[in-house]
Design a protein around this ligand. Structure first.
Ligand code: HEC
Ligand code: HEC
Length: 502
């Protein structure tokens, strides 16, 4: 609907431009002004203001707590939070990549302590999205499974919805502590077996196929609770580890009087620290924002032409939305099937540690995993596109490693997906071995993408320039973020080796 009206608006303008360019061939300045006017109109029409960065603190309703954020930063890089001391947020959410993945598909536990192209270890199922800017997202994860029911991450008046076992009761409406979706979310990663926790704690309880990953150290106590959920027991172990560490007790005590008085560090304190650090990672002031605020020189002419394609003929804004609850993040935060090729690592020791979906165990059912509804199969959240140029790979499984290829898929999914070859797409060797079926994916393709979009070579290059450069906040680059890696962490463990930060 939005793009339909955008077209209606830009159409007459384009005719105006054609008329004026024809009569004022000698005046590039005038043509430039017309281009600026068209881009301004397209942005306004899409609901884009370029002011979202400045709206963050007002939405949060309080200043940031620098001490708490710094504690979150230390936790981010400290392997103490992983039950086998082998992974932490930073292993996958790397500062060299705006706190996103260095890999096509994340490598979690049992890794080689390296973060970067040479990271090795068993693959999980999906690519790690940026943690930066996530405090603006009304729902989180590739299938949106963690959501603020109000549609606003800053508003918990209706509570936060998570899948079983958290459901809607773990983070109820108006909880005085879990006030933001990011705080609720930060309760989750430590419980992920493949990412952080490891399999040991549940050996024998989730199926024999996982026992081979049991490293025999048996650190995960107590066992799964009566309801069959192991999340709270794992959280208990994480806080036991923090409470057993004098340096952390002192740091938490400096923030929470109850800890200073001898009380326990609890999991919500961990989550609040992590979320506070994420609140410092808002990088949403890019050239397109500065342009929208009136600085016509913030974007190059090519980026401006690309913007017209993005908001007009390309139809991108229909899903990569910038109005209302999208918080100008270039996503409608809804789920769509766009025809992403299904790459799948082999399952087994040293290869993958997640059993993929489908009869060949080489598929990812996306939203269906959460809703159980086959109509939701292969649906994934429209990716928020800010700072996307900093990603080494694209889509939920990193099946494309060049931004151009990722954009081209949208223009003609049938042709591009059917001719996909993992090796040519540039994915790592262990991801070139298996390809899930593509026809069932294409059979469910979003109606918006069923007709190919024809762009000229110039339009395509301009579109790429817009997505790559005009959405990039320079503060999100590794030059700015690698210095956030602490020299040392409270546990005394070494931090991982961040190859791209050296
Ligand atoms: C093994 C790698 C790995 C580790 C370690 C990890 N994550 Fe993630 N993270 C992921 C992946 C993969 C996803 C997307 C998963 C999905 O959608 O199914 C994700 C999603 C997220 C998201 C939501 C992003 C979005 O766009 O919706 C946030 C926020 C996040 N992680 C924070 C954290 C924090 C905080 C930690 C540490 C406590 C952490 N992660 C540890 C891999 C990891
Ligand atoms: C029908 C909705 C829809 C339209 C229209 C659309 N996209 Fe997307 N886009 C998505 C979804 C959904 C994803 C994530 C798919 C996945 O990872 O499985 C995505 C992912 C992307 C990515 C990869 C980002 C990442 O996280 O790796 C880029 C780049 C992108 N889109 C650009 C564009 C451009 C440019 C256009 C216009 C030509 C466009 N999109 C049109 C839905 C859409």
């Amino acid at each position: 609907m939005a793009a339909g009206s955008a077209r209606g608006w830009i159409g007459p303008l384009a005719i105006t431009l054609a008329c004026c360019v024809a009569t004022t061939v000698a005046s590039p300045a005038l043509a430039q002004q017309d281009l600026d006017a068209q881009v301004r109109a397209a942005l306004r029409n899409a609901g884009f203001t370029g002011t979202i960065q400045a709206q963050f603190l007002p939405a949060l309703g309080r200043p940031l707590n620098a001490k708490l954020a710094n504690l979150g930063r230390l936790l981010w890089f400290d392997k103490l939070g992983g039950l086998h001391d082998d992974n932490t947020c930073g292993g996958c959410h790397s500062p060299s990549r705006a706190f996103g993945d260095t890999q096509s598909i994340a490598i979690g536990i049992q890794n080689n302590n390296v973060v970067g192209p040479h990271r090795q270890g068993p693959r999980n199922q999906r690519r790690t999205p940026f943690a930066s800017n996530t405090p603006f997202y009304p729902n989180l994860m590739w299938n949106g499974r963690f959501a603020s029911i109000s549609g606003d991450p800053f508003d918990n008046s209706l509570g936060f919805r998570f899948p079983y076992p958290e459901g809607t009761t773990r983070f109820p409406p108006n909880d005085p502590i879990v006030t933001h979706l990011s705080i609720a979310q930060a309760h989750m990663p430590p419980t992920e077996l493949t990412e952080v926790a490891g399999f040991t704690c549940t050996a024998g309880t989730i199926g024999p196929e996982f026992d081979q990953f049991d490293d025999g150290r048996g650190a995960c106590l107590p066992p799964a609770d009566a309801t069959g959920t192991r999340n709270d027991p794992i959280r208990e172990v994480v806080v036991q580890r923090l409470n057993g560490n004098a340096a952390y007790r002192q740091l938490f005590g400096g923030i929470y009087p109850s800890v200073a008085a001898g009380g326990p560090i609890d999991i919500s304190m961990f989550a609040r620290a992590i979320a506070e650090f994420e609140f410092t990672l808002i990088f949403a002031d890019a050239p397109v924002d500065r342009f929208a605020r009136g600085d016509t020189r913030a974007m190059s002419e090519q980026e401006k032409r690309g913007a017209l394609v993005f908001f007009g003929k390309g139809g991108c804004v229909q899903c990569h939305a910038v109005a209302g609850q999208s918080n100008e993040m270039f996503s409608d935060f809804k789920m769509h099937v766009i025809g992403v090729p299904q790459i799948a690592p082999r399952f087994g020791v040293g290869e993958g540690n997640v059993v993929f979906d489908g009869p060949g165990q080489d598929e990812d059912f996306g939203l269906e995993q959460i809703t159980g509804n086959p109509a939701d199969r292969y649906k994934f959240r429209s990716s928020p596109l800010r700072n996307v140029a900093l990603q080494p790979a694209f889509f939920h499984n990193g099946s494309m490693t060049r931004l151009e290829d990722a954009i081209r898929l949208h223009l003609d999914p049938y042709t591009v997906a059917r001719s996909y070859e993992p090796k040519r797409a540039g994915v790592d060797k262990d991801l070139q071995l298996r390809l899930g079926p593509i026809e069932p994916v294409l059979a469910r393709l979003d109606p918006l993408l069923q007709e190919p979009t024809h762009l000229t070579g110039g339009e395509f290059q301009a579109l790429v320039a817009f997505v790559r450069d005009a959405l990039l906040d320079p503060r999100a680059t590794k030059q700015n973020l690698c210095p956030l890696i602490p020299d040392s962490v409270p546990s005394g463990y070494s931090t991982m080796i961040f190859e791209e930060c050296r």
